[in-house]
Ligand binder design. Structure first.
Ligand code: UDX
Ligand code: ADP
Length: 456
């Protein structure tokens, strides 16, 4: 029986601890955060993040062996295993600005641990996405004090994707556990593996060195993102050559060496990981004197930004090169479906570009409106956030589909066509809708990587 603690009650810490508490009922799992409001939400049925299936798991275990509170020091004192899942955004100042990770929250946590721990042996598990070699830095901070506690630092990177976090945690392709290469380190890695072994088959628990584990996380995300940028680059070529990106993706995905996943053309990938991790990877390569490798990976981000720009340019061009005073309605703002998360969503630069042309922007999203408001508060422009989708499209000149929420496929587009300005345009940034049907209704339809359907 151990006291498991997680510092940071966000998208990673919350769902992961909910699942560990579910499958390891003999252990006590505590989640702490500096943000009282967040903790209050975790203690209610209005959880701070939207994740299908999460509430059911939390309701099952909360108060039994899962607890949320803000007494960080007290919780550290009792802890045997501490997961660190605080946020590590991209640093926006000083050395490495815009590329390196901002480790201030993470370092504060390391110091909190050092100051408050009391058990003779404590395992610290890195869960936040961190640049390579931070485990080593964590170990150095922990060893710098005169604590009688013996620390082991284990890297256990997160692979869950938002919107499917519970499913990903329940049935992971693999769980990566990186331990220090000495007896103590191996023992600590084994203790963490033991937790997951409650529900994950042993052959999916991958024990590696700390550095391999940290680097694998960055590379996995970089390679997933690279697939999307590759397909997005080809979507532009399809539009020039009358090839169809859906057919091309399908054809290449059926090659088992390539595989079918992550080949969907889009307005651009978003989310808290891809951009940040590629920038970390690129920064790391630069740091180690590999500018060509750094540039290779940085180009994945450049293509991603270009794809969003291309989407915007197409709107501008099709709407007769002027958006001033025109209403553009965004269908969706979250970076993907089934989440309210908007971190790095392509909707943000899209809105900036639209209001730069003096367009009026209306935003609909079933889960992300609150975050959208915060993301756009720096823009002094005509932007509205509308809960009812039919109200959001009224009088609009164009719809821009950003997020592939299932409900957008079910809308009554005949009704929508009647209330929009004519000629009515749909720009489908996810190839999510039935384009031929929309064309029949009367829309001018602009998919990605396909021939557009135009009445004009
Ligand atoms: C990602 C990784 O998948 C996960 O393993 C890691 O732990 C965290 O980062 P996440 O960002 O939550 O997860 O979502 P993901 O499903 O990977 O999608 C990322 C972005 O890529 C989204 O904006 C999504 O819409 C986009 N995407 C995905 C595409 O544009 N095309 C695709 O084919 C797949
Ligand atoms: P992720 O997607 O990595 O889970 P989030 O931003 O959703 O990132 O969650 C990180 C959480 O960590 C936030 O709720 C934040 O308040 C919390 N946090 C940041 N710094 C500290 C700290 N020093 N102690 C405790 N919690 C922290």
């Amino acid at each position: 029986m151990s006291n498991i603690l997680c510092i940071g009650a966000g998208y990673v810490g919350g769902p992961t601890m909910a699942m560990i508490s579910k499958y390891c009922p003999e252990h006590t799992v505590t989640v702490v955060d500096i943000n009282q409001e967040r903790i209050d939400s975790w203690n209610s049925d209005d959880l701070p993040i939207y994740e299908p299936g999460l509430l059911e798991v939390v309701q099952q275990t909360r108060g039994r062996n899962l607890f949320f509170h803000t007494d960080i020091a007290g919780a550290i004192t009792d802890a045997d295993i501490i997961f660190v899942s605080v946020n590590t955004p991209t640093k926006m100042f000083g050395e490495g600005a815009g590329k390196a990770a901002d480790l201030q929250y993470w370092e504060k946590t390391a110091r909190d641990i050092l100051q408050n721990c009391s058990k003779p042996e404590v395992i610290v598990v890195e869960k936040s996405t961190l640049p390579v070699r931070t485990a080593e830095a964590m170990a150095r901070i922990l060893e710098s004090g005169h604590s009688s506690t013996k620390f082991s630092v284990v890297s256990n990177p997160e692979f869950l994707a938002e919107g499917t976090a519970i499913e990903d945690l329940a049935n992971p392709d693999r769980v990566l556990i990186g331990g220090e290469e000495n007896e103590n380190g191996r023992k600590a890695a084994e203790t963490v593996a033991e937790l997951y072994a409650h529900w994950v088959p042993r052959d999916r628990l991958l024990l590696t060195s700390v550095w391999s584990s940290e680097l694998s996380k960055l590379v996995a995300n970089a390679m997933l993102a690279q697939r999307i940028s590759s397909v997005n680059s080809i979507s532009a070529l399809c539009e020039r050559t009358e090839a169809d990106i859906t057919e091309v993706s399908r054809a290449i995905g059926m090659d088992t060496r390539i595989g079918a996943k992550f080949l969907q053309a889009s307005i651009g990938f978003g989310g808290s990981c891809f951009r940040k991790d590629i920038l970390h990877l690129s920064y790391l390569c630069e740091y180690y004197g590999l500018p060509e490798v750094a540039d290779y990976w940085a180009s994945v981000v450049r293509i991603n930004e270009w794809q969003t720009e291309r989407f915007f340019q197409n709107i501008l061009q099709q709407l007769f090169n002027t958006l001033a005073g025109k209403t553009i309605t965004l269908l969706g703002f979250a970076f993907k479906q089934n989440t309210g998360d908007t971190r790095d969503s392509p909707a943000i630069p899209l809105c900036e570009k639209l209001v730069g042309e003096n367009a009026r922007v209306r935003i609909h999203d079933p889960k992300a409106l609150e975050n959208a408001r915060v993301d756009l508060k720096h823009l002094n422009a005509d932007i509205s956030f509308v809960e009812d989708v039919y109200e959001a499209v009224e009088g609009a000149h164009a719809l821009a589909l950003v997020t592939q929420w299932a409900e957008y496929r079910e809308l009554d587009y005949e009704r929508i066509f009647k209330v929009m300005a004519e000629p009515a345009f749909i720009f489908d940034g996810r190839n999510h809708l039935d384009h031929a049907k929309l064309f029949e209704i009367g829309f001018n339809v602009f998919p990605l990587g396909k021939t557009p359907f135009k009445h004009i």
